[in-house]
Design a binder for this molecule. Structure first.
Ligand SMILES: NC(=O)C1=CN([C@@H]2O[C@H](COP(=O)(O)OP(=O)(O)OC[C@H]3O[C@@H](n4cnc5c(N)ncnc54)[C@H](OP(=O)(O)O)[C@@H]3O)[C@@H](O)[C@H]2O)C=CC1
Ligand SMILES: O=C(CO)COP(=O)(O)O
Length: 333
């Protein structure tokens, strides 16, 4: 008997994971748009988010939480971070006791600064909560290119069962028990992708991008370990892996936002023209508060924040970073 999976969120990554998982399980995806649901059921496509992709024929879709979640053995949350709690609460009355809940989101909730598994634990205490993360640009995965990911859960026995649902040929899924580190790696790298995007947009060069990625890793590891993540996690797929993929790819939405800023466009213009989420824009706000709370200097994130919200220019940001005293590699700066 195949496990029943309910997946909430019909965007590019939610749809990609639903289609991949449909090879191993009986999957129904929830999207709020009837048009998307009908398109998935009738044509096995989701043009708005995955143009040109054909989805697994066994994947079903519905706008009804009851239909998607009511019988599910596993719940996967593919909704962006700022809407995650509300969608979880809307689905809550239909969720069966103690089924595992896996987040696909890479961001922190504004206001609470919470990770998505913390929201799951707060709203649905007792459900094992985990995250699927790693260098996984949806646009490459739906076209069948190989990739590796990590399923992180405190309970490694449940993680092993979930590994079998997600693993499929060229999509290789590893396990990790460090949920905090895996979740923070995914959220924090988006800010670094905005930074490298800015450099690329402003034609700063390959050496600058490499310096930003490397110092970005050091910066996110500092905050991540202060918040309870394990140093090794940040050197793995959820940290370094995702950082490299996102910071160097024009397929990344966060890199795209940075790139356009580097070309001189305003944030409002860029967001207006996008129909997808770039989580780093909002996560940057939460991270500035966390940097103060944990007393961890985050110079790259701070410059990204200044450009996004304080009216600084890309030139000001690079000048700011370059004028910092360069001490030991182990130190901020
Ligand atoms: N795309 C990728 O390559 C990857 C993305 N992720 C992460 O996955 C998460 C989901 O991103 P992704 O699928 O890419 O997002 P997209 O931007 O592609 O899609 C956003 C989805 O969220 C829905 N949505 C927007 N607002 C609301 C709301 N208020 N209530 C309910 N649903 C809403 C949209 O529905 P509608 O169409 O009706 O507006 C749409 O289905 C993000 O945290 C992202 O960082 C992780 C790995 C890879
Ligand atoms: O997280 C991702 C790749 O691992 C997707 O990054 P973007 O959200 O920037 O497109």
């Amino acid at each position: 008997m195949k496990l029943k999976v309910g997946l909430l969120g019909g965007g590019s990554w939610g749809t990609t994971v639903a289609s991949l998982t449909a090879k191993n399980a009986d999957v129904t995806i929830w999207a709020r748009s009837e048009e998307t649901v009908n398109e998935i059921n009738e044509h096995h496509t989701n043009h708005k988010y995955l143009p040109g992709a054909t989805l697994h024929k066994g994947l079903k879709a519905s706008t009804s939480f009851e239909e998607v979640v009511g019988n599910a053995d596993v719940l996967i949350m593919g909704v962006p971070s700022q809407h995650f709690r509300q969608v979880l609460l809307d689905a809550k009355p239909h969720i069966r006791p103690w089924i595992p809940i896996v987040s696909l989101a890479k961001g922190l909730e504004l206001g609470t600064k919470m990770r998505m598994t913390q929201i799951i634990q707060e709203e649905l205490p007792g459900h094992p909560a985990g995250v699927l993360t790693g260098p996984n640009l949806a646009k490459e995965i739906h076209s069948g290119k190989a990739a590796a990911a990590v399923i992180a859960m405190v309970d490694d026995v449940i993680a092993k069962e979930l590994q079998d649902i997600f693993n499929s040929g060229v999509f290789r899924v590893y396990r990790n028990t460090d949920v905090i580190g895996c979740e923070l790696g995914g959220a924090l790298k988006n800010i670094m992708a905005i930074a490298t995007g800015m450099g690329d947009g402003a034609n700063a060069g390959d050496n600058t991008r490499a310096a930003l990625i490397t110092r970005g890793l050091s910066e996110l590891t500092r905050l991540g370990t202060a918040m309870g993540g394990k140093r090794r996690t940040f050197a793995g797929l959820a940290g370094m892996g995702d950082l490299v993929a996102t910071c160097s790819s024009s397929k990344s939405r966060n890199h795209h936002v940075g790139f356009q800023l580097g070309k001189g466009k305003s944030l409002d213009e860029i967001i207006e023209e996008m129909n997808e989420v770039a989580e780093g824009v909002k996560t940057a706000k939460a991270v500035m508060e966390l940097s103060k709370e944990y007393d961890v200097p985050m110079p790259i994130s701070e410059q990204v924040y200044n450009i996004l919200y304080e009216g600084s220019s890309v030139y000001d940001a690079f000048k700011g970073l370059i004028q910092m005293e360069s001490g030991s590699e182990a130190e901020p700066g």
